[in-house]
Design a protein around this ligand. Structure first.
Ligand code: PLP
Length: 277
């Protein structure tokens, strides 16, 4: 079952107009929200980011917090899996003429949920690989926009190179991953790009910072260079579906001689306790 514009229906019955601005322009925003033990994880933080994104692109939020909560709970009721990944998309809606500018439309709301396939700690312990690429995206990466062409191309590259992620840099400073936030540990301190227009303020990023504080790891929200990335003691990526992943190889070079680090182990364990709280 999926949710489309107020109705719970079978996915193969869910259709939208070709005049939907999401289809024609990629004009909309989205959220991906994990569910653990049947509980939506950090729902308010996701709904707050959704609201910020909608405000940025002048789409009216069709539901209030309680209504969103009720819709998502009802949708999850159709699934048996306790671990889910909710995909929620709002586009500006359907207009009768294809025109870049817009008038007031009724937003199209689509939600689906799929089993969340989290990797085990054992799998994480092997570490993952990444490659780097210049960040060619626009200067509003803080908006979780459904226009994802650059990210799509990066992710395809990652697939073709058989690596987990593409790590992006702008003016030689690491921004984030194509679908994740990026962190390094250097001499015991955690570094991550500050929030602003060049990264998405990840909900998991906040959880990584919360976990790092619990592990008494000093945090610097400042950007770091490509050289600093290559010389890092540890390198991680984070996202709602991947949690916190240790990257032990970048562009074919080993990080921490190919081993995951102690800081990651502590932060990952604390994150697990947050999930199960
Ligand atoms: N940055 C980008 C570009 C992303 O696409 C994502 C997630 O999809 C993230 C960061 C991580 O965000 P979150 O932790 O909220 O999933």
């Amino acid at each position: 079952m999926v949710f489309l514009n107020g109705k719970f229906i079978e996915k193969n019955q869910a259709h939208i107009s070709v005049m939907d601005r999401g289809f024609l322009f990629g004009d909309g925003v989205y959220e991906v929200i994990p569910v653990y033990n049947n509980k939506i994880f950090r729902l308010n933080a996701h709904l707050l980011r959704l609201q910020t994104g909608l405000d940025s692109v002048k789409i009216k939020n069709p539901y209030n917090l309680k209504e969103w909560g009720d819709i998502l709970s009802k949708l999850l009721g159709f699934y048996n899996n306790q671990e889910q990944s909710i995909y929620l998309q709002i586009s500006r809606g359907v207009s009768n003429k294809r025109k870049h500018s817009f008038s007031n439309l009724t937003p199209t709301v689509y939600i689906e949920s799929n089993p969340l396939l989290t990797k085990t700690k054992q799998a994480f312990k092997a570490g993952f690989s990444a490659i780097t690429q210049p960040d060619i995206r626009w200067h509003r990466c803080d908006i979780k926009s459904i226009s994802l062409l650059a990210n799509v191309m990066y992710s395809q590259q990652a697939k073709e190179k058989n690596v987990e992620e593409v790590i992006l840099y702008r003016d030689n400073q690491v921004t984030e991953g194509a679908t994740s936030n990026v962190f390094i540990i250097k001499d015991g301190t955690l570094f991550t790009h500050p929030t602003g227009v060049h990264i998405l303020s990840g909900i998991t990023r906040d959880l990584v910072l919360e976990s790092a504080r619990a592990c008494h790891i000093p945090i610097k929200k400042v950007s770091f260079s490509m050289d600093e990335l290559n010389a890092a003691d540890e390198l991680w990526i984070s996202s709602s579906t991947r949690e916190i992943m240790p990257i032990t190889q970048v562009d074919g070079k080993l990080i921490n001689r190919g081993n995951i680090g102690n800081a990651w182990s502590c932060v990952y364990s604390y994150y697990q306790s947050l999930k199960n709280a």
